[in-house]
Design a protein around this ligand. Structure first.
Ligand SMILES: [Zn+2]
Length: 268
C-alpha cells in the first residue's frame, strides 16, 4: 500500500514545504482520504485516477479542495466523483458548502455524461469498500462527528486517526488488526497550548504519548500528522524530546510503501 500526504504550502523556491495547512492523503494514487488540498496538490496521475474521496469530518482543512476538485474535472467526468461520508457530513457539505452561495450545488448538475458527484453514505463503525480497499470507520473524539479509519488492501492495513482528542476505540481496533503496519496520528498543538487542544479536541505531544501507550505492539510505527503549521517546529521538537523510538513525523509529499512480510518458507 502506497500512501502520500499531499503538500499544502510551497517554500520560497516554489517547492512543496513541510507546513501542513490542509489534509489529504492519497492511497495507491487512486483513493483520497480527505480533500483539503486535493485539487491544488495532486499529481497529474492522481488527478486522472482519484475518483473516490473518503472524508474523516467536514472541517475546512479537510474539505477545502473538494469543491475545487469537482469544479476542475466537471466537464470531463464520464462517471461521478464518489464522496464517501457519513450522513451528517453529507448534510453539512450540502448545507454549508455546495449551497450556491459558497459554491455550486454539484449534486444537482449534470455534464454531457451525467452526474458529476455521488454521495456514498457509510455508517460510523461500519466496514465499506472503496476500489480495492476495505475501510473500517471508527468514531473518534472531535468537535464535530469525526471518523478515524483502518484501511486494508487485503495484505496490509494502516490506521488514520483523523482529527481527534483522547479516544479508545481506534487504538483498540489497532490492537486487533494483525496486518497493521502503521498508525498515522494527529498532534495539532504544542504542550503549552494544552487548553486550546482540549477546547478544540486535538492532541499535544504529551497527550499523544499517553494515547499510543494504548497500543499493545510497542514496535508499531506511529507517524505524526496534522501539526498546525504555526507550531510545527515546536511540536516536532517536543515529540523528539519525548524520545519515543517508534514515533516519527510523517513527511509531507513523501511516498511511503507498506508491504506484507514475505512468506516464511518452511523446511528450507
Ligand atoms: Zn477538525
Amino acid at each position: 500500500m502506497k500512501i502520500q500526504m499531499l503538500p499544502s504550502t510551497i517554500d520560497e523556491n516554489g517547492r512543496a514545504s513541510a507546513r501542513q495547512h490542509l489534509m489529504s492523503i492519497i492511497i495507491d494514487d487512486c483513493v483520497a482520504i480527505d480533500a483539503g488540498c486535493l485539487a491544488m496538490a495532486c499529481s497529474d496521475l492522481q488527478r486522472r485516477q482519484v475518483r473516490d474521496i473518503v472524508l474523516t469530518h467536514p472541517h475546512l482543512d479537510h474539505i477545502a479542495g473538494l469543491p475545487l476538485f469537482i469544479d476542475d474535472l466537471f466537464s470531463t467526468l464520464t462517471a461521478p466523483i464518489r464522496v464517501h461520508a457519513t450522513r451528517e457530513i453529507i448534510d453539512i457539505l450540502e448545507r454549508d458548502i455546495f449551497n450556491w452561495a459558497i459554491y455550486p450545488r454539484f449534486s444537482e448538475l449534470l455534464n454531457d455524461f451525467g452526474p458529476v458527484v455521488e454521495y456514498l453514505e457509510f455508517l460510523q463503525g461500519a466496514n465499506f469498500d472503496v476500489r480495492h480497499l476495505s475501510i473500517r470507520s471508527v468514531a473518534v473524539h472531535h468537535k464535530v462527528s469525526a471518523n478515524g479509519f483502518i484501511v486494508s488492501d487485503g495484505r496490509v492495513s494502516i490506521a488514520i486517526t483523523g482529527d481527534t482528542a483522547e479516544t479508545d476505540e481506534i487504538w483498540e481496533l489497532c490492537n486487533t488488526t494483525p496486518d497493521l503496519k502503521a498508525v498515522l496520528a494527529e498532534c495539532a498543538f504544542p504542550d503549552e497550548m494544552d487548553k486550546l487542544a482540549s477546547v478544540s479536541d486535538h492532541l499535544t505531544p504529551r497527550r499523544l504519548a499517553r494515547e499510543i501507550e494504548k497500543l499493545h505492539d510497542h514496535a508499531l510505527p506511529v507517524f505524526v500528522i496534522n501539526i498546525k503549521p504555526m507550531f510545527r517546529e515546536k511540536v516536532v521538537e517536543q515529540i523528539e524530546a519525548l524520545n519515543l523510538p517508534r514515533v516519527e513525523i510523517l513527511e509531507v509529499s513523501k511516498i511511503y510503501e507498506f508491504e506484507s512480510e514475505p512468506p516464511v518458507v518452511a523446511g528450507g
